[in-house]
Design a binder for this molecule. Structure first.
Ligand code: CP
Length: 306
């Protein structure tokens, strides 16, 4: 297979296992390219990409922009905070104005779940969802699974733990869809009120016991507590959360086995993970960031050839 089954990347739920393998194969080639002394290829010459971010981002925004530059695309960047959205302009009007300037691909982050899908119904350009509220973050899940595959090989039957604030995490949902499509077993672990019951219907194992879950897994993806999305109080204090669900060196030492530690960032050091663990040899957090550029180059390239 040499083409994706879709013209947009709205979520991992919508793509096939073959799409994921094609993205990984393409990303592997681009990873070689970005490690050469000349890191740029002409693959997206004459393609214009708009990065439109209605929510804060460091990694995703920089990573997409770098991927576009490495592919020789023309880029326009839009931040809602300094735009006419502040004057009441709607999402469709904003994007249609950008598209009138002949944009081919839109990379969008938005706080509302489903915003990328909504947009895809109204415009012709390819849409890449760079995170839509608590729904999906497909490029993050692809770079996470790609990193895991580099470290563990075939992910079939591998045991992957997702720890933390599952309810408010788009990374959790996209990781579940992606890793299940690759045959991995998934367990989520966190406080009961931060794990939605409906996850059981997705075939995900649920646990509230961190030590037992870490002992079970081959890799743990540790998530940030998303205070900005929590409208109720889910635990008394961050210290209390950290005592029950934070990953520290003592817990890791007591495991008596090596596991891979991941985190999508941004990290709340000392809350969900200590610096000693985040910066340890078991952590692949910076490999995830490096792989993010190659994965996003692959997504952009494959969508541009649709
Ligand atoms: N992982 C991630 O989405 O980070 P940013 O919010 O910084 O883009």
């Amino acid at each position: 297979m040499s083409a994706l089954s879709t013209k947009n990347l709205l979520g991992i739920q919508d793509i096939t296992q073959e799409d994921i393998h094609l993205i990984f194969k393409t990303a592997k080639n681009f990873k070689e390219v970005i490690n050469r002394s000349i890191k740029k290829v002409p693959s997206l010459r004459d393609i214009t990409v708009a990065n439109i971010f209605f929510e804060n981002s460091t990694r995703t925004k920089i990573s997409f922009e770098l991927a576009e530059k490495r592919l020789s695309a023309d880029i326009v960047n839009f931040n809602s905070g300094s735009s006419s959205v502040k004057k009441g302009e709607t999402l469709i009007d904003t994007v249609n104005n950008i598209l009138a300037m002949k944009v081919d691909i839109v990379v969008m982050r938005h706080p509302v779940p489903g915003a990328a899908k909504f947009l895809s119904r109204h415009i012709d350009a390819s849409i890449i969802n760079a995170g839509d509220g608590t729904h999906e973050h497909p490029s993050q899940a692809l770079l996470d699974a790609f990193t895991l595959q580099e470290k563990l090989g075939d992910l079939k039957h591998k045991k992957i733990l997702i720890v933390g604030d599952i309810t408010h995490s788009r990374v959790a949902l996209s990781n579940i869809y992606c890793l299940q499509k690759l045959g991995a077993k998934i367990r989520v672990c966190g406080p009961p009120n931060l794990i939605p019951n409906h996850l059981e219907t997705l075939g995900v194992d649920i646990s509230y016991n961190l030590k037992e879950s870490l002992a079970w897994c081959d890799a743990a993806n540790v998530l940030r507590i998303q205070l900005e999305r929590q409208h109720d109080k889910y635990f008394p204090t961050l210290r209390e959360y950290s005592l029950q669900y934070g990953i520290n060196k003592k817990i890791m030492d007591e495991l008596n086995k090596d596991i891979i530690i991941m985190h999508p960032g941004p990290i709340n050091r000392g809350v969900e993970i200590t610096s000693q663990v985040a910066d340890s040899s078991e952590s692949v957090i910076l490999d995830q960031v490096e792989n993010g550029v190659a994965i996003r180059m692959a997504i952009l390239y494959l969508l541009s050839t649709q």
